[in-house]
Design a protein around this ligand. Structure first.
Ligand code: BGC
Length: 703
């Protein structure tokens, strides 16, 4: 029998839950179903049931706040700042996602939190979404692998993962009003897989319902997605909490699957799941057993977290956590272009290097609207470079630009003031001219990419393009480092500049990680978790003009063709494709084969290939396996990611890479039978270094 948290079996937990519930009044039960503070809901003190403490999520354990969201002013709540979601996704490493979860779980424990409002992994449907940086990817498979590993890591510390935002919450514009409609197939194939995997394979204990509506009904009271799919089909045993202020009714929400109303306003007893719920039960509109189900789900989560007596104590800001953050950060950095082999930087060649751009000295642990973390420390890029090469090379800083906005932080369409500051640019160009090389830091920041708003364009903000142009003209040895959590229009830079690196809101170790990648201590291995389009209108939602919707309805007309699925199928050249990222070495793929030529349902497909590092640096390559169905009777994406593996290869060495998939992984969702169907016939398996860089292929048949 499986032994659970407290040393109690599931059966013993069920008995305990029943015992507690028998002693509770209706008022006490309903007291547990709504917030009694910003991040807490009530327990029952007389029965030894503590309050349930949650906290954001996903950048680290947020500082403690007063009920009006102001800082509580504590000195004990600084925490580790973890790289943002798309950074983690760029590592393509489930192992790092697990370590990320473990470390964050330890910090949550140390801070007395039972639920982390993380991970967040809504699909990147539009590159403009202000929360792209918080989320992982445009691909459901990569998304699911990372979600499961993060959840498992976090929950190994007896801290519940609250996976969010369930579901189809893919834009911030009109997020509380918009109703998303889409085909059942797109829902099942693109938007739900990571949630399903996190629940079934990751065993996530808590789910947060999203702000938006799905097919006309708010997610906080969406019978289909909460009761039928999540609690019915997937047999979810944990609790569903609303997003903050995302509850809109008493009876519907209670009957359709919501368990706790969060973000409730004071006085707390007036909220939907407080006195009005007591009245609804007394009126017979919500049954006693519905209430009991909710309370027992909450207690069940508690017996795995706060009421688990053998839970670890937790740890805050340890060197171990810094190491995890550093490993994620280094493996997330994506080398976009290195055509002059200027990287790794040979510091012996330069007496001085100009370090230019506001993002060289910016920190990213907080800013904008939404969750941040009071970082114990954050090494910015300039500090990182100073600590790594400052004793050998003179580093000369010039700010180059100042972030400035056309509209305030809560505008739904965030716009940067794009006026270049010519005096700052001139000064930066001057510094670059008098240095051996220049590194220009541009991109976004936590104010520009933010919850509550979407960006209006993909343009580089704040006159950054003009800065890059001037610095590049002043010094041909210019490296461009773009910092962001989402795609930007890098067209001109791609054309004019020889060295481009993409970095992220990369956690406490940001600057150290970046310096180590630039100088070659770490060979870059990050791969883009989403497509960078040449122009916005190339992206599916924008090409089909289905963003941000009209009259509070947005129809996902692109269906299953999200991200690279659209670009590949429609033969649209992206600026940088999904899965792309260079290294300081090269990898040769060979001997790609499967264990058989034909398979039946239920069988495993074993894929093997040889990967040789043909360069002089050791490195990690992400081997990606895409599948295509030849001559399908239904619409199919040209390629779908079905497996990947990140592998270390020493310089000059060859390794054997094995990947496994199940024949069932080749299924599509058939709306006619409302189920997954594996079509017989020929499938093309393609192994590559990105979605556009396919190195070998093999055909198999499914009988
Ligand atoms: C966000 C959630 C977050 C919650 C609590 C909401 O605005 O959508 O992701 O967990 O606030 O801070």
């Amino acid at each position: 029998m499986k032994i659970y948290a407290q040393g109690l079996s599931e059966t013993a937990i069920a008995v305990k839950i029943k015992e507690k519930m028998q002693q509770m009044t209706l008022e006490e039960k309903i007291g547990m179903l709504h917030a009694n503070g910003l991040f807490t809901s009530a327990g029952v003190t007389r029965l030894g049931i503590p309050d349930l403490m949650s906290d954001d999520g996903p950048l680290g354990v947020r500082e403690d706040l007063k009920s009006n969201w102001a800082s509580a002013g504590l000195t004990t709540d600084s925490a580790t700042f973890f790289p943002n979601g798309s950074a983690l996704a760029a590592t393509w490493s489930a192992d790092l996602a697990r370590r990320f979860g473990v470390a964050m779980g330890e910090e949550a424990r140390a801070r007395g939190k039972h639920i982390m409002l993380a991970p967040a992994f809504n699909i990147t449907r539009t590159p403009l979404n202000g929360r792209t940086y918080e989320y992982y990817s445009e691909d459901p498979f990569l998304n699911a692998q990372l979600a499961v590993a993060s959840v498992k890591g976090l929950q190994s510390q007896f801290v519940a993962a609250c996976i969010k935002h369930y579901a189809v919450n893919n834009q911030e514009v009109d997020r509380s009003g918009v109703s998303v409609t889409l085909s059942e197939r797109a829902l099942r194939e693109i938007y739900l897989p990571a949630f399903k995997a996190a629940v079934i394979d990751g065993n996530a204990w808590v789910v947060m319902s999203a702000y938006n509506k799905f097919r006309g009904e708010y997610l906080g009271e969406n019978k289909y997605l909460l009761n039928d799919v999540l609690k019915g089909e997937w047999k979810f045993k944990g609790l569903v909490m609303s997003d903050w202020g995302g509850t809109h009714s008493t009876v519907n929400a209670a009957n359709h699957g919501l368990d706790i109303e969060m973000g409730s306003r004071q006085p707390y007893n007036t909220n939907y799941f407080a006195d009005p719920l007591i009245a609804a039960v007394k009126d017979g509109k919500v049954s006693q057993s519905t209430i009991d189900d909710k309370v027992s789900r909450i207690l069940w989560v508690m017996y795995h977290t706060s009421l688990a007596t053998n839970a670890p104590a937790g740890k805050l800001n340890t060197p171990d956590h810094s190491k995890t953050v550093y490993d994620v950060a280094t493996e997330a950095i994506v080398l976009l272009k290195n055509s002059k082999q200027m990287l790794p930087l040979n510091t012996a060649k330069y007496k001085s290097i100009a370090v230019i751009g506001d993002n060289a000295t910016q920190t990213f642990h907080s800013g904008g609207f939404g969750a941040g973390v009071k970082a114990k420390y954050e090494v910015n890029a300039l500090e990182g470079l100073k600590s790594r090469i400052g004793n050998r090379v003179e580093l000369k800083f010039a700010q180059g630009y100042k972030p400035d906005y056309k509209n305030n932080y809560n505008a739904q369409r965030k716009e940067a003031a794009n006026k270049p500051d010519m005096a700052m640019i001139q000064q930066a160009a001057e510094v670059a001219k008098n240095s051996g090389a220049a590194i220009v830091f541009i991109g976004g920041n936590r104010e520009y990419e933010s919850e509550g708003s979407d960006r209006k364009t993909l343009d580089l903000p704040f006159g950054e393009q003009e800065l890059v142009d001037a610095v590049t003209a002043a010094n041909p040895n210019t490296i461009v480092v773009v910092v962001g959590g989402a795609p930007y229009d890098l067209g001109k830079i791609k054309q004019n500049n020889h060295t481009i690196v993409f970095s992220w809101y990369n956690g406490s170790e940001n600057g150290n990680a970046l310096a180590d990648v630039l100088t070659g201590k770490v060979n870059p291995s990050g791969k883009l978790p989403f497509t960078f389009p040449v122009k916005l209108e190339d992206s599916p939602a924008h090409a089909l003009k289905t963003y941000p919707g009209e009259n509070h309805v947005t129809e996902y007309k692109e269906g299953i063709l999200v991200g690279y699925r659209w670009f590949d199928t429609k033969k649209i050249e992206p600026m940088y494709p999904f899965g792309y990222g260079l290294s300081y070495t090269n990898y040769a793929y060979s001997d790609f084969h499967t264990n058989k030529a034909a398979y039946k349902k239920g069988e495993k497909i074993n894929v093997t290939l040889k990967l040789k590092n043909t360069g002089k640096y050791a490195g990690k390559e992400v081997v990606q396996l895409y599948v295509t169905k030849d001559g399908s009777k239904v619409e199919r994406a040209d390629k779908e990611l079905k497996a990947f593996k990140k592998v270390m290869v020493e310089a000059g060495k060859e390794v054997i890479v094995k990947l496994e998939l199940d024949v069932n992984d080749l299924a599509y969702y058939d709306e006619a039978v409302n189920n997954w169907v594996v079509e017989p016939g020929r499938y093309k398996l393609q192994a590559g270094s990105s979605s556009k860089d396919i190195r070998s292929l093999v055909n198999i048949t499914i009988n």
